[in-house]
Design a protein around this ligand. Sequence first.
Ligand code: TRP
Length: 329
Amino acid sequence: METVLSGIRSTGQLHLGNYFGALKNFVRMQHEANCFFFIADYHSLTTHPDPANLHDNVRSILIEYLAAGLDPDVATIYIQSDLPQVAELSLLLSMHAYLGELERTASFKEKVRKQPGNINAGLLTYPVLMAADILIHRATRVPVGKDQEQHLELTRRFARRFNQIYGVEYFPESLPYNFNQELVKIPGLDGSGKMGKSEGNCIYLSDEDSVIRKKVMKAVTDSGPTEPNSPMPDVIANLFTIMKAVSTPDTLSYFTDKWNSCEIRYGDLKKQLAEDIIKTISPIRERIKDISSNEAYLSKVVKEGAEKARVSANKTLSEVREIMGIKPF
Ligand code: TRP
């Protein structure tokens, strides 16, 4: 069975794009593989070292994961900083990570541009810590977006290098996992390509129905088709892409026909779209509320998740120490 590991940086609330792009697939995947889902709070410190928000951000992702259907009795769900083994493995791996390759990483170069006042060592060694996250469970599959592919490539490089230096076949190849084309990319409501927090165009899993309606009604449209069967401009195609994810095939073909016959009324389309988004989100939002008020449950999930994760973390770390020559007296 594959060992799958997924990490998410704790920098805020999850939105519809996160749900269809990842979470919904995770819920299915947890029954098909040995799954680890963790929240990367150490990684957040490279850009958001804010003690006032860190805990709440971690907490809200944990709650949203559970509300969306990740089951702590099925998968291993934990917080990165609950596994000090990860920090130690990162230190050990850093001895074979070269300054040049870390400086050349696209994400590092981007941060150098974006936060010139805080080019900290954590940013430089970010890919080493990420490799430690993955290799601590010797994961063979890692669901990642495009922006993380280079980091995963570095993980494989560090793993190969470790195996080569020490003459072992210890770390596996950690490959990307792309859900067999089932990945749905949810566009923004503002005509932009992608729903994203930094784009400010999100529908959040915690949004109330009225907020969802308001956001959808404000979505950017055009002046409408003038000829039958004309190609859709991106802003309209985006709405149909979201509709494809949340609505029934009948609804989708109804509005597609209306577009093709130039009879489409964007007001009707948006009303229907809003209601169908609400059907997806409102049950999750209600569970978010329930779980949020259940501190005992949350702390039990976190404690038991860390205990489960530590079993494989301890095993890997003691084997790595042994391989590297760190031995007990
Ligand atoms: N770097 C990832 C991101 O920003 C988060 C992450 C940290 C991660 N460690 C990981 C993802 C390990 C997958 C595996 O999205």
